[in-house]
Write a protein that binds this ligand. Structure first.
Ligand code: PLP
Length: 414
């Protein structure tokens, strides 16, 4: 008899965005007259086209693939050297961070990397996640068998670090001993980013407690304020305790192309209590990737490399400015009608407190029915997200302005 992986069965069957789509479809069926008016500011997917410089690099790479002399087959598991060089010299060096080439692992997405990295650890390790946060961290650990039961909106055996209005949606370090902490800054969904001192507290905790930090910096390029670290390695000691995840998705519009990278410092050595060995995490991750991942396509990596060229940086800054201006338009519209908002300054996400104590899903229904605007219920990102709602800035300017005008002209609260 075939038995299923019970850990996979534990995950609730409804995926947040599937539920949202279901609700939209139902609404469309019942209100065919307003179908054209629906504006989606929900899912975190980009809408601006790829930078021209990336397209040109990918066309050139495709052409190379068509000639015997320049054709390439399987790429290296860890990424091609020209892209790794660009990451080391153009991403990290200007931040004052020295990364060795062998510490860079190019991949097909920060989703897969943040979901897969936990595989290197025993099912007994204690993980902590900020709440609310990108659901992949929790779900991948549930699939790996690290959770207990789902009770009252949370898994037992997982430590949740509350991010609330009281702490500005930046959680405090755990008050118990944990082995691995997931931090996302700037955060999806709250749009809030850790300051240097807030991040230092986590690095210090990790050093003191022999813990690790999985630092998801997928939205790093959106940081506009001066005291916000762009990389966890800007914090002294972080290289001994942190893995950093980066992505071209939200920076350069690569959500459909797929390319990312993570940094696994060679300084991280785990004294394994079972084998009694001292094991390099870098070597272990290389081994894992070599077995389960066959690299990112040459064409994609050339496109990603082009983002680091002067022209690429100029084009990317324009794209990010476009989204940040969208964020500012939505945030102002909401603030002007009396909402309390967070994020939207160092992030493409605007996080809103629902009016009159409405639950997140009630507000979802309200926005869809009354204003025909789709956002994401905060509770879908964790228990602390209840009573909040996420708008993304990734829509077109036209739709963002239309949605903002509707908000500005609506009387909320009835
Ligand atoms: N990390 C965070 C925090 C995200 O919000 C997302 C996507 O929404 C990802 C990672 C996924 O990035 P990628 O497209 O590189 O898989």
């Amino acid at each position: 008899m075939i038995k299923l992986n019970q850990n996979h069965l534990k995950l609730r069957s409804n995926y947040l965005f599937a539920t949202i789509n279901q609700k939209i479809n139902e609404f469309k069926k019942n209100h065919p007259d307003v179908v054209d008016q629906i504006i989606k500011l929900g899912i975190g997917d980009v809408t601006r086209p790829l930078p021209r410089v990336c397209i040109e690099a990918m066309i050139k790479a495709s052409e190379e693939m068509s000639h015997t002399e320049t054709f390439r087959g399987y790429p290296d598991y860890e990424g091609d050297s020209y892209l790794i060089d660009a990451i080391v010299n153009k991403d990290y060096l200007p931040k004052g961070v020295n990364i060795d080439r062998s510490e860079v692992f190019v991949s097909d997405g920060a989703k897969s990397d943040t979901a897969n990295f936990q595989e290197l650890f025993d099912t007994d390790v204690k993980i902590a996640v900020s709440d609310p946060v990108y659901p992949v961290y929790v779900d991948s650990n549930v699939m790996a068998g690290r959770s207990g039961e789902f009770k009252d909106g949370r898994w037992t055996n997982i430590t949740y670090l509350d991010a609330t209005e009281q702490n500005g949606f930046i959680p405090k370090v755990p008050d118990e001993k944990v082995d691995i902490m997931y931090i996302c800054s700037p955060n999806n969904p709250t749009g809030q980013a850790f300051s240097r001192s807030q991040l230092k507290a986590f690095v210090d905790y990790a050093i003191e407690n022999n813990s690790l930090i999985f630092f998801d910096a997928a939205y790093e390029a959106y940081i506009t304020e001066p005291d916000i670290p762009h990389s966890i390695y800007e914090i002294p000691g972080a290289k001994k305790v942190s893995i950093e995840f980066k992505s071209f998705s939200k920076t350069a519009g690569f959500t459909g192309v797929r390319c990312s990278y993570c940094i696994v410092p060679k300084d991280i050595v785990i004294k394994d209590p079972i084998s009694k060995e001292e094991v390099s995490l870098n070597k272990l991750w290389y081994r894992r990737q070599a077995t389960k991942f066959n690299g990112v396509s040459y064409i994609t990596q050339r496109g990603a490399e082009a983002t680091f060229s002067d022209q690429g940086q100029t084009e990317i800054k324009q794209i990010i400015r476009y989204y940040l201006d969208n964020a500012s338009i939505i945030k102002s519209a909401l603030n002007n009608v009396g909402f309390t908002t967070f994020g939207g300054i160092n992030s493409p996400y605007v996080w809103v407190k629902t009016p009159n104590g409405m639950l997140s899903w009630q507000f979802f229904d309200y926005m869809l029915e009354k204003l025909h605007i789709v956002g994401t219920p905060g509770v879908g990102f964790g228990k602390c997200g209840e009573g909040y709602f996420r708008f993304t800035a990734f829509s077109s300017r036209e739709n963002t302005e239309k949605a903002s005008n509707r908000i500005a002209n609506h009387k909320f609260g009835n």
